[in-house]
Write a protein that binds this ligand. Sequence first.
Ligand code: ZN
Length: 247
Amino acid sequence: MIRVTVWNEFHHELTQENVKAIYPDGIHACIAEFLQEEDDITVQTATFSMPEHGLTEEVLSHTDVLVFWNHMLQEEFSDAVAERVQRHVLAGMGLVVLHSGHYSKIMRKLLGTSMTLRWRHGDRERLFCTCPTHPIAQGIPAWVDIPEEEMYGEYFDIPKPDDVVFTGWFAGGEVFRSGCTFTRGLGKIFYFQPGHEEYPIYHMPVIQQIIKNGVRWCVPMVRRPEPLDNAWVNPSTEEAYLESHQK
Ligand code: ZN
């Protein structure tokens, strides 16, 4: 089983009626629900207001893939927790970062660039698949129309991605690297742009399929045992390989 933790800031859904109408139990509950439909995925959720944001050492060490959505409370997010997540990703934990999570402390720490972009409220997006051979693109059409989305545009200040699986075009003329993969340490990272909280984007089946594919792609191939300190384990050794497959 793939053990997924879906993390959401859970702020807009409590403070904005229009967002609450779309996600009455929070974005995390919506994402957890469609992931839970899969036979090979088991899901737990965590939110900002929980102690240590719900991302304790215990939770992370039992998480294969963390799915992460945040927006307003980027700076209030604990440095210690962001560093803990970073450490787990470097050790192999998968990370799917959605929408405004591009600017999370976790992503800035892992990728090292400013993570800034252009943005504008309310536009139509056509999301093109620009790497059809990628596992995350399997079963996804050549393009997906999103009737309403926040515009995210280039230049997106990220390091060069391993793959650009999706490229978004907006009716205003902008383009954006909307689905990017990165590898940091032993961890696989999938950043996926769609998902502004004011539009029902995570209710779209094709978007749900992309997130499911992203989760499966991010599953650790090998995971460095805890604690990490100086105990570097060569992932090519049989011992580490077996350890990673003992779930
Ligand atoms: Zn947004």
